[in-house]
Ligand binder design. Structure first.
Ligand code: TXA
Ligand code: MG
Length: 335
């Protein structure tokens, strides 16, 4: 069968919204904008739709999906919340925080959403249009980032089109995403917060909002179904903590300096997170079209605040790629 190419339509477009609902009801997938990155969304209660998410992304079956909900009520119908989890929701929902909670049973969710685990990852996205669509569908949307597994996450409708445009029929366009980096994923453990994946909400903000301590990182050896270290990877090799570029490298800078590509000339970490994936793509494209260099060098990024999530993504972008991997490399909550 000839492949179709996805239509890109504004998320505010009434006809496109109706089409999205119809596609979800038929078990098909639609890409949606969120405040973090674009998602590849399907009805979380429909096993066919969930199967399509895994196959479209070529995602390993042991790596569970995040369910996006429209309301606290919908969230509580799917998982058990304790007092700390509710405090986190009050502080950060709607917004870029994902909670991993005990799955309520029996569950309406397709078992593959949770990869058979007894926990489920939930988040309430910030965009009003998306929560309204979930509410109209009346079911949670399972949505991983809308990129082929292991590659850079999409922060624009165009990015989704480049990666998955031949696999899906509709991309809802909400412009460039606000945070530019995925949600922070946490689990609550005896009243303390365990960060499974650093993301758009910093450790400092979590602690300040809830007053609960973080489970120290040393205690977090393996916390979630594995993904390999290499992830969020451009095609070109990546070298970190580079103060200058070598002859054959494209430099991505941070703070004042000469770099043509700069995450944030002002040294602002929120701006750097917003630009991270877009600049990695741009450097990659420059190298692919042989305008410049053979590798990407990235300036040092401070480790505090959003820097922790930025450095996490950069370390994974720079990690050995599948062909070069050693067998024992296993990791935490990344998709
Ligand atoms: O910002 C985001 O979180 C974006 C947008 C689209 O919402 N989504 C996203 O999904 O980043 P994905 O699939 O790329 O990453 C989700 C991660 C996976 O690495 C998975 O391992 C983890 O969430 N996860 C899902 N369910 C889990 C569970 N029950 N326990 C532990 N980790 C879980
Ligand atoms: Mg992902």
């Amino acid at each position: 069968m000839a492949k179709t190419r996805a239509r890109i339509a504004p998320v505010s477009d009434t006809r496109a919204q109706q089409d999205a609902i119809r596609l979800w009801q038929a078990g098909d997938l639609v890409s949606i904008p969120t405040e973090t990155v674009y998602g590849l969304a399907g009805d979380a209660t429909n096993p066919d739709a969930i199967g399509k998410i895994y196959s479209t992304k070529a995602r390993p079956a042991h790596n569970p999906l995040i369910c996006h909900v429209a309301s606290q009520e919908m969230a509580e119908s799917l998982a058990d919340f304790d007092a700390t989890a509710r405090l986190l929701c009050t502080a950060f929902w709607p917004g870029p925080l994902t909670l991993v909670l005990p799955l309520k049973t029996p569950s309406l969710l397709a078992p593959a959403v949770t990869a058979g685990l007894d926990s489920v990852a939930l988040r309430m996205p910030a965009q009003d249009e998306i929560r309204t669509l979930i509410d109209r569908l009346g079911r949670p949307l399972a949505a991983p980032s809308a990129n082929p597994s292991g590659r850079l996450s999409p922060t624009s409708a165009h990015d989704v089109f480049i990666g998955l445009g031949e696999e899906i029929s509709l991309i809802l366009d909400g412009g460039t995403t606000d945070f530019g980096i995925e949600s922070t994923i946490v689990r609550v453990q005896d009243g303390a917060i365990l960060v499974l994946r650093p993301g758009a909400i910093s450790d400092e903000d979590l602690v300040a909002a809830v007053g609960a301590p973080l489970v120290p990182h040393s205690a977090t050896d393996v916390v979630a179904p594995g993904m390999l270290a290499s992830h969020y990877a451009p095609h070109a090799p990546v070298r970190l903590n580079a103060d200058t570029a070598r002859d054959d490298e494209v430099l991505i800078g941070f703070g004042p300096g000469q770099a043509a590509l700069n995450l944030s000339p002002a040294g602002d970490l929120k701006e750097a997170a917003h630009n991270l994936f877009a600049l990695l793509r741009k450097a990659d494209d420059m190298i692919k079209s042989s305008m410049a260099g053979r590798g990407i060098a990235v300036a040092p990024i401070p480790e505090h605040g959003l820097g922790a999530a930025i450095n996490d993504r950069l370390r994974r972008a720079a990690a050995p790629r599948p062909a070069e991997r050693t067998p024992q490399q296993t990791h935490t909550a990344h998709g």
